[in-house]
Design a protein around this ligand. Sequence first.
Ligand code: C5P
Length: 418
Amino acid sequence: MTQRILLIVSGGIAAYKALELVRLLKRKGIAVRAVLTESAKQFVTPLSLGVLTEDHVYGDMFDLKEEREIGHIQLSREADLIVVAPATANILAKMAGGIADDLATTILLATDKPVLVAPAMNVRMWHHKATQRNLAQLREDGIHLMEPAVGAMACNEWGKGRLPEPAEIAAEIERLLADATVAPQPLLTDTTRTINAPDLSQRNLLGRHVLVTAGPTHEPIDPVRYIANRSSGQQGFAIAAAAAQAGARVTLVAGPVALPTPPGVTRIDVETAREMLAAVESALPADVAIMVAAVADWRVADEAEQKIKKDGSGQPAPLALAENPDILATLGHSAQRPGLLIGFAAETETVVDHAIAKRSRKGADWIVANDVSGDVMGGARNTVHLVTAAGVEDWPEMPKQAVAARLIERIADELAGR
Ligand code: C5P
């Protein structure tokens, strides 16, 4: 498995050497994601680091506008090792004091991963009692510290404080990655874990495209009336949110519901089944498609242009219905069929039998079957059965968010095993 470094570059004249370090690490097959402090941007640009890391360069904790921006906790959870190079006297002091006033220091305070620090600073700053006190504290805290090199400084002084050569830092990184006994930062205590929730922070759907449909469809009868159903969209939205949390690029095709768009999810709003099919097809290709929407089976054959009037004759309404396209079955039998295709089956009787039949009829890999005879539609909890080629799994009743998290975890396992 590819090993991953989160490289924090703080602001010193040696920051340009971070570029060489990234090149060396990439050549060794180590993935690097970079974080720049504000002052580091004076010495090295996000653009040059981004080109070399082939990734987004992170810097601003509060810039959540970008789709690819992810939380500081996730940034550190994804890495096997955090490296601060060069580390200025300032960032060492903040680390020793537990100060978290920007993205870099917040990551360093929140991480549960081992941390390697390669200091670089003026010789007098290095020998200053405050710096030496901070270094002693960091050693005691279990931080791996490299010794700076001795030599000429950028400021024309001579002494200890030069950044170790990038090749030396790379070698130390390799040593720490290979050393299974490297102590991580103190582990989270049980009270900080969410009980029963699978851990999506591994982001094991990174690089995958997940397509989700959710909610009901509305099928117009005339300009003021439509056919609908009781789907709230909650289960589909929870699945889209969990997929995004696991690192996937997520497209959510949503029927008419008033739910907020989960962070990191691209949403396409539609009304009718035919619009939903068109939106789904335009979003292909996808690695995984999860069709959660309660698509109306029928639409009115000829939508009236004007409001239909009753004529008082007592005759049945003049409504002819036409069958809607089956989006799941269309995907199941299409040339662009996603590698893993999952349908839902809302039933009010013989739930599992119907789901098994539906799986083969629609060409799906899995069917998530749920009994909607109670208040599942619109409710917060769900009891589901997962029907796969291997058989049927009965999951206990749980919140819809937990169903989503568990399903996403199963999907990641399935994709990893292929
Ligand atoms: O046949 P039934 O409606 O019970 O099938 C449910 C599954 O099929 C769900 O995954 C639902 O999203 C999908 N479906 C669809 N297009 C339809 C009807 C159902 O994608 N027209």
